[in-house]
Design a protein around this ligand. Structure first.
Ligand SMILES: C[S@@+](CC[C@H](N)C(=O)[O-])C[C@H]1O[C@@H](n2cnc3c(N)ncnc32)[C@H](O)[C@@H]1O
Length: 293
């Protein structure tokens, strides 16, 4: 291979590269699932650059606050709580203590819902997001479905602080309330009801990752012994809110794909109940159509 340079001293190793490598090892030892990714994201956050711009940080500018951030992640605090940001589809959302951090698997649930609404060919689709948390689903629907009117419902006042902050300036109407009795004024008019509700069975508590168990609100995670209490309630709410032919989309745990579609059965006034996988091919969400009279 052609040499471009003759003899010269070896180039010094970037300080930041060495620190990121060391941080990656510490995070891996702590059981963090994506240690390299998180070590780089934290370096980018601390140095106020994008991850792809880390090579531009001069050695002299290495910021010792990096090790404080790494120690927090090492203690299994969510990356998004440290940076204060979560990315969801085309959105950058503010998150922190008191609100559930949106997860990538929910992005495919929203993708399905967007396709379903577009296929309806309704001029101003009316959409309801139950259990909205940070507002991730509602805001993505509002952004990606032109002329949609989106209502977001959340019970927790702590979560609503974040919902309202994220929804500022958007077309999403935020409501404080219980998903099980929400929005009586919209009864029979809604085109699509979507929800990522709490669904972890209480019996699974010990298997939940520390980031979720210790930092996501309990109200966002658990819903009765089998995890399905809220989904059973949402079935009733969705039936009340939807117009005939309207569609419901509900995320569930990857162990519940055999149960949730049965909740939306014909006897309860539903048609076309089906279950769908996420991008990892794990059962992830159920859909159904409100039967025509
Ligand atoms: C799993 S989190 C999902 C948040 C958001 N939809 C997302 O996908 O990132 C569930 C949310 O439902 C809220 N919640 C739980 N029970 C509720 C209820 N009965 N009515 C309204 N919101 C509820 C929790 O506070 C939490 O914000």
């Amino acid at each position: 291979m052609q040499q471009y340079f003759g003899e010269r001293p070896p180039s010094p190793r970037s300080v930041l590269l060495a620190e990121v490598a060391q941080a990656t090892q510490r995070l891996a030892d702590a059981g963090v699932p994506s240690p390299r990714n998180d070590a780089e994201e934290l370096a980018a956050f601390v140095h106020s650059v994008k991850r792809g711009e880390l090579h531009r940080v001069p050695d002299a500018d290495f910021d010792a606050r990096y090790w404080e951030a790494v120690a927090r992640r090492e203690a299994r605090e969510p990356l998004q709580h440290i940076t204060g940001l979560a990315y969801f589809r085309y959105l950058e959302l503010q998150v922190g203590p008191g609100v559930f951090v949106p997860r990538p698997e929910t992005e495919s649930v929203v993708g399905w819902a967007i396709d379903a609404v577009r296929a309806m060919d309704v001029v101003e689709p009316l959409i309801v997001d139950l259990c909205t948390g940070s507002g991730a689903i509602a805001l993505a629907m509002a952004q990606e479905v032109p002329r949609s009117r989106v209502h977001a419902v959340e019970l927790s006042e702590e979560a609503l602080v974040w919902t309202r902050r994220n929804a500022e300036g958007s077309r999403v109407s935020v409501h404080k309330g219980d998903a099980l009795s929400a929005l009586p004024e919209l009864g029979g008019q809604v085109d699509l009801v979507i929800s990522n509700p709490p669904y972890i069975p209480l019996t699974e508590w010990e298997y939940v990752a520390p980031e979720a168990r210790d930092h996501d609100p309990q109200l966002a995670l658990f819903s009765g012994e089998d995890g399905l209490d809220t989904i059973r309630g949402i079935e009733r709410t969705a039936h009340r809110l939807l117009r005939p032919g309207g569609v419901v989309v509900v995320e569930h745990a990857d162990t519940q794909g055999g149960q949730v579609p049965w909740i939306f059965n014909e006897e309860c006034g539903w048609a076309d109940a089906a279950d769908h996988p996420d991008l990892n091919n794990r059962p992830r969400f159920a859909t159904a159509r409100k039967a025509l009279p």
